[in-house]
Design a protein around this ligand. Structure first.
Ligand code: GCO
Length: 457
């Protein structure tokens, strides 16, 4: 009996799963004013070829295993140069918004030296988007920053926050006439987990105490930037938020402390620490003394939610990988080490809604090279989104990650998140079959945005 209940545990854990057979995926509702878009980041779409002063360009030089197979980003999918044609792809999808990042290393390649051409480039990007009625949303820091900033210790040092605030101020003063929606920092917990705990992103460190300091400083930097921008012309009229990766770790076998303890540790020190910071103003992790930043709960006009899935951890008896990422029985894996889990997306929306501010889904999507899971993923996740809205969460927009396959950081080119695939020799972009589900759902939600007829459904 005892052993039988243990074997049943994974099934019980995943019993919060919905019965999809009984769900009508077409029964969805979204507000008319909703923003429908895609998200990207400059380094991922433009690469080291365009951004040689970025800390990632240095990191790539290490080759394998820093980047899987020693792949390089080169000029990626030439996002910097092809923004006009890529805006047409957004139009083709019937979308009305686009989240992208401005690259700090392009704007300030050397400390204190600002590149006017780069600023003008971003002005043109914003103008082009707006000429197509596409609302821009800018991210100021998306994993990438200048090498000079990295060499100074980046966010390891509290005093370095001032450099980021100065950069943010400059960009805001130049672009806030065109842009109302601003994200300060993308996924501080992922920067910290990958760069300071697992050592798979620059600077490749593996010290949990430094990691906690960096997280603390990044959240502090967010508050500092928020306050600074709000005090500037256009500040009051702009919507400024943080982007958080809602990632919880779950043990495959909840009874096994070897699985359960690391899961508890990571969830507590990453996800929970961020949520608590914005709820209470207190930065308090298991690794770092408490710091109170009283302005934190009022330091965001919206909460940016990035949700892909949960991380399910299991123990295995192999020397190379002791703990592996897996999924619960019956779940469908994506090409990343996690499964499709729309129920978790719903829960994430509910939890973020409790912060009392509007929510934007700043990222959500699937890596699916075979394109045999994308359609269902989109349909299920957008059903979950609709249900959360119906249940009272004030969600204002949804940005699919991503428009076109791009450089997936340490994973190189292996992960195909794009609605469009890209032949990097010819730079030809091609819509994937599975992506049409997104186009159709948006067309149903906002018929006015579409000039084309959607097949009767
Ligand atoms: C992240 C980043 C993106 C990724 C995307 C797919 O969440 O890691 O914001 O840069 O490319 O999430 O993994």
């Amino acid at each position: 009996m005892f052993w039988r209940s243990i074997l049943l545990l994974p099934t019980i854990i995943s019993s919060s799963n919905w019965n999809w057979e009984e769900i009508d995926l077409d029964k969805t509702f979204y507000p008319e004013t909703f923003l429908w878009g895609t998200a990207s980041s400059e380094y991922q779409i433009s690469g080291a070829g365009r951004l040689p002063n970025c800390q990632w360009a240095e990191w790539e030089k290490k080759g394998h295993p820093a980047i899987k197979g020693g792949e390089t980003s080169d000029s990626s999918i030439q996002g910097w140069d092809r923004y006009e044609e890529d805006a047409l792809l957004l139009k083709e999808m019937g979308l009305n918004s686009y989240r992208f990042s401005v690259d700090w290393s392009a704007i300030e390649p050397e400390e204190g030296v600002f590149n006017k051409e780069a600023i003008n480039h971003y002005k043109s990007v914003c103008k082009t988007l707006k000429s197509h009625d596409i609302t821009p949303m800018i991210t100021l820091h998306h994993f990438a920053h200048p090498t000079w900033f990295e060499n100074k210790g980046a966010f390891e040092k509290r005093e370095n926050v001032d450099y980021f605030v100065r950069f943010a101020r400059l960009v805001f003063s130049e672009l806030s006439d065109e842009v109302d929606l601003w994200c300060t920092i993308n996924e501080p917990t992922v920067s910290v987990l990958m760069g300071y705990i697992l050592g798979e992103f620059p600077p490749g460190k593996t010290g949990i105490f430094t990691a906690a300091e960096v997280l603390n400083n990044m959240l502090y930097a967010h508050v500092a930037v928020y306050k600074e921008l709000k005090s500037m012309p256009n500040g009051e009229n702009s919507q400024i938020g943080i982007v958080h990766s809602y990632l919880k770790f779950e043990a495959y076998n909840g009874w096994n402390p070897i699985e359960a303890l690391p899961c508890y540790f990571f969830t507590k020190n990453l996800h929970d620490t961020v949520m608590d910071f914005f709820k209470t103003g207190e930065f308090s992790s298991m690794l770092l003394q408490r710091e109170t930043v009283p302005d934190a709960p009022n330091s965001f006009d919206f909460f940016g939610l990035n949700y892909y899935s949960r991380a399910v951890v299991a123990m295995q008896f192999s020397l190379s990988d002791f703990l592996i990422a897996t999924c619960f029985p019956g779940e469908v894996m994506t090409d990343m080490p996690y499964a499709s889990h729309a129920e978790g997306f719903y829960q994430a929306l509910i939890d973020c809604g409790e912060l009392g501010k509007p929510v934007y889904v700043t990222e959500n999507g699937i890596a699916d090279e075979k394109d045999d899971r994308r359609e269902l993923f989109i349909r299920k996740y957008l059903y979950a989104l609709s249900k959360a809205i119906e249940d009272g969460v004030d969600v204002r927009g949804y940005f699919y990650w991503t428009l076109i396959d791009n450089f997936e950081w340490a994973e190189g080119w292996t992960k195909k998140f794009g609605l469009f695939e890209c032949d990097r020799t010819t730079q030809e972009r091609k819509l994937r079959e599975g992506s049409k589900a997104y186009k159709e759902i948006v067309a149903r939600a906002v018929p006015a945005l579409h000039e084309y007829e959607v097949a009767s459904s």
